[in-house]
Design a protein around this ligand. Structure first.
Ligand code: SF4
Length: 368
């Protein structure tokens, strides 16, 4: 089944490519997100594209990452993907107008020159899944290469990195992978690159001097999950050195309650939902806290063996008490976590020439 998925991946991407030209003149919406995956449209920038990550929520310690919504929809088909519950137009779009995107980035940087920004292109899709067809990521890497106080984050489940390997990126791009156990990749992350292909691609970009981001998110419970994550972490550090790891995030499966029905309809063979989940104040359902803590503590212990500590680790969409239980500390505010990112990056990667971070400023502007 998994092998079939990966073979289908190449075929479906070819189909997407064939439709690129005719799609560029499309003006009608594609209501079904899966139909939209087959139609790639290079579009002009319309409206504001630079924003704060939509997951930011007052009761969590959020990392305050900024997002450049330069892609929408994705050729991959993960069971848990929130796009199936979010997109009103499924057309896969990639903004071709890099100058207009960068004008927004420049304006943001100039408005807060004291601040270190992380800007990701993964809010509504995968940063690199279509790169061999669009070349968008390479253009953005070039555009960020000479900027100060900012890094671009490209986050992917693909291995489509060839266009990045010869760019003079100036160290200003972090190429990140969303990582999961081999079992979850094969059974729930349909059409994505296999774990081995992701790790080979990671080694290539690390060898090309890029910083690497690691996202163990969403962690998903399954039989033998401990063995799966142990194998993942062991293989991972055979491909990348901690010296090149910019940050590591951890999170667990979560989604809006109404998405459950869509997942059951879209992925009837999935066993991912056969476990107790509870709704939180943010109207998302998650595993019960004791299970989340067990999974996080287990993964943290694996990462510590390889030298990853809480100075580069953060949780996505978790409360203070989870931080305290797992890491033994918690930032006091969203502003402080943003500051910790700047401080860690400035100290570990002096070539980025990040302005000396001041905690008071990050706290004062944590809403922006
Ligand atoms: S890679 Fe991300 S955007 Fe693409 S289908 Fe999977 S979860 Fe959705």
């Amino acid at each position: 089944m998994a092998m079939l998925d990966h073979q289908q991946s190449a075929q479906s991407q070819k189909k997407t490519l064939l439709k690129t030209e005719q799609a560029s003149s499309l003006s009608v919406k594609i209501p079904n997100y899966r139909d939209g995956k087959k139609v790639l449209s290079m579009v002009s920038k319309k409206g504001q594209k630079l924003d704060t990550c939509a997951s930011k929520y007052k009761d969590y310690i959020c990392c305050n990452v900024k997002v450049l919504k330069s892609v929408s929809n994705c050729p991959f088909d993960c069971t848990y993907c929130f796009l199936q519950n979010y997109l009103t137009d499924g057309t896969t779009t990639v903004v071709k107008d890099i100058e207009a995107l960068m004008a927004e980035v420049h304006a943001k940087l100039e408005s807060q020159p004291w601040r270190f920004f992380r800007i990701g292109t993964w809010e509504l899709g995968d940063s690199l899944a279509l790169e061999s067809k669009t070349g968008q990521a390479a253009e953005l890497v070039n555009s960020f290469s000479s900027l100060r106080n900012v890094v671009l984050e490209l986050k992917t489940k693909s291995d489509d990195v060839e266009s990045l390997l010869t760019i003079d990126h100036g160290g200003k791009t972090v190429v990140s992978w969303s990582l999961n156990t081999d079992f979850i990749i094969r059974t729930e992350e349909h059409k994505t690159a296999s774990l081995d292909r992701r790790l080979s691609a990671m080694k290539k970009v690390a060898d090309a001097g890029y910083l690497i981001g690691l996202h163990f998110d969403p962690m998903i419970w399954h039989d033998d999950w401990k063995a799966g994550y142990e194998d993942l972490v062991t293989k991972l550090f055979q491909h990348v050195s901690i010296d090149q790891v910019a940050w590591v995030s951890i999170g667990s499966l979560r989604f809006n309650p109404e998405q459950k029905r869509k997942m059951e309809n879209n992925f009837p063979g999935s066993s991912m939902l056969n476990i107790e989940m509870v709704a939180g104040d943010d109207n998302k359902v998650r595993y019960i806290k004791p299970l989340r803590l067990e999974m996080y503590q287990f993964l943290y212990s694996l990462l510590q063996v390889h030298g990853i500590d809480e100075t580069v680790l953060y949780f996505c969409m978790e409360r203070w008490d989870v931080w305290e239980t797992v890491f033994g500390y918690s930032p006091s505010s969203i502003g402080e976590l943003d500051f910790i990112f700047a401080q860690s990056m400035a100290k570990r990667f002096p070539h980025l020439q990040i302005s000396v971070p001041k905690l008071a400023m990050y706290e004062l502007f944590q809403e922006s």
